[in-house]
Design a binder for this molecule. Sequence first.
Ligand code: T3D
Length: 262
Amino acid sequence: MSETVKLERDKGVATLTLNRPDALNALTVEMKTALRDTLKELGEDPEVRAVVLTGAGRAFCAGQDLKEHITLIASGDPSPLSTVEEHYNPIVLSLATMPKPVIAAVNGTAAGAGASFSYACDFRIVARGAKFVMAFAKIALSVDSGGSWTLPRLIGQAKATELLLLGDPVDSARAHELGMVNEVIDDDALLARATELAQQLAAGPTLAYASIKSALHYSATHDLASSLANEGVHMTKAGGTEDHRNAVSAFLSKQPPTFVGR
Ligand code: T3D
């Protein structure tokens, strides 16, 4: 795999580290391709039951690598025109719809598509020194990587509009107040906390988590009646799992449940 994305596995937890620290983990074609393909593999791997996404060095991810971007545009290469479709969209869909929990361990600045990646994850555990910058309009771009969908759902339309139009940095304390992030942690304890949460989730009912994620996504764009029907489908599926049967038996015999992810 490309050196620009590091993958480590420990029991059920896969940790992906964006690894171009000198460029604040800005996204090149090589890195976007590696991230897209690795996320797909992790989604399909039953041994992986939780994923952590983080960045090497002082940033989480500065979004599109603008040096590569401008070089490609200047050379007449058409690939910048298709990168949203080819890279950003599949990456975000993998993060958001992965059938297992995904945690963004936001270790530092998250800008542009880098910020949007974190919004697509199920949890954002954030270093005290981190900040979010919706940098798109500052360089006369629109918004991508799902920021127009996820951000208003996290903080409401008015604040999302403000962040996207003004592009001012939001520090970790403000992000927590706004409801953008789940936890703010001292910088040097961030990865340990994100890993602890990932291990807890990896020991959980993976198929039930996948169903809950899917039901939440469905209900975001459907009415109550359709969402109720969809919940019924998921409940039937979850009710048929080994984890459900074992957890109910454990509850009735006053024992802690053990989840095998099936
Ligand atoms: O075609 C398409 O659809 C394109 C898709 C685009 C999706 C996007 O993500 S658009 C948004 C792209 N990202 C940005 O506009 C963010 C640009 N960066 C910044 O605003 C700031 O650098 C940060 C807020 C991220 C961090 O600020 P600070 O003060 O901590 O660091 P710095 O000094 O600005 O940057 C340090 C180095 O990283 C510097 O390099 P140097 O001068 O030391 O050689 C800087 O150029 C480099 N860097 C930062 N961001 C990027 C970058 N290099 C390439 N691309 C970047 N995005």
